[in-house]
Design a protein around this ligand. Sequence first.
Ligand code: HEM
Length: 426
Amino acid sequence: MSKLPGNAGVSVLGDKSLEFYRDPVSFCRQRVEKHHSRVFQCRILNRPTAFICSVQGMRELLCDKSNLFIKDPTDLMTNMYGDTVVTTNGEEACLLRLSLTSLFSGSCLESSSDYITRVCERCLKDLSMSSQPECAYSAFKRLGTELVLGLFLNVRAEEQPELYQEIAQLCTQHWHGLISAPVNVKVPMWSSGFSTALDARDKLMEIIKDKLENEKHGFVGTLASLPLPKSSSASQHLLLFISALIPKALASLLTSFTLALCGNKQMCQRAVEDPDYLHNVLLEVQRLWPPFIGGRRIADQDATLAGFLVPKNHGVIYISHSIHRDPEVFHEPDSFLPERWSGGNAGQEHLLCSFGNGPRGCIGTKLTDVFLKEACMYLLKHYNWCLDPPSQDLEYKWLPVSRPINTPTVSFSRLDQSKSDRSHSS
Ligand code: HEM
């Protein structure tokens, strides 16, 4: 058993959080190169922290030894969303997961599929209407927002436009608080982002509680009837599910998909004809551009990860971006090669961690999979697309949710010219 490479630094002065938040990918790349190791340590959030950038380390952390590492109950997520499964541990987390998982599988998932089809058509049908190229990320975020508010709260943009707009705006304010410093300051004429976010959260909670009391059908009706440990559990989870986090993650993946296939007619053709190939394209999209940089745990006792000692109370962060480019597992790790998933990496989806992994993996993966395939299939069946202008800076930012720093503009042209619109609109 070896000591973790790197320096855990002295309290406060040795903290590297700012450097990490500024550019997490370069932060990890530099240290992996310096230490010749995909597992290393430094001080983050003023706590000695092990960084996991290898597939083996991730599998041990999230699967084989997951019982030795706990979620941090003081995480900022708790501040913004209250007690949810995300920051809960032990038996309570197991029970919550058991109840909530039923909402995202089986008949509940099946009953969502009509709405998913309709919302994709509604939001994607006009992508070629404007004479200007589309800001792809924004269009996909609107789609993601319509999806979550319609599905989880029965609020549909076309039926209740004012209420829909109000909730969407509150979700955005709430989100901005999550990423602003948690300083609850309010003075006349000015309030910090965090305090605006808390106000937005209170207003959202009122709307959510009203829905839980009065709506008997759909997701919100089923959630209200679930046996959950606390009376506030249903509303707090609903707040989490409708938060801007999920539409942003969905928009991130759809944007990366659009960019990866931009102008590649052969790949588009294959993906529209062969569902297995589309599946592999989407695996490759989430491998190279995971929406979230990773996740964090705390060592509950002394443990080892990839042969290194991780002392009790050390933080542990797994970095999806680096794990997905581990050359031990992924040949030509930086190249977009959907074929790898039917070749050298066939059957190895479980080595990805865009949706976490193991017993605390994402409970929304099946729903996300259904949604993404529907949205991507709609795009493939109805459009050709290309970057417009053809040369754009596509450099990514990775926090808080990954996407190109400058949102790319894309021209969509309809494949079915009889329904063509660009000519009508111009
Ligand atoms: C593109 C979409 C999504 C991505 C990339 C994503 C990603 C993730 C990741 C990485 C984790 C694990 C975090 C960790 O290890 O600490 C996670 C957990 C979770 N996700 Fe998702 N997720 C997505 C969509 C959803 C949806 C649609 C829902 C439900 C509406 C959802 C609900 C959850 C919950 C409740 C957890 C916590 C599970 C636990 O702690 O036991 N996610 N997700």
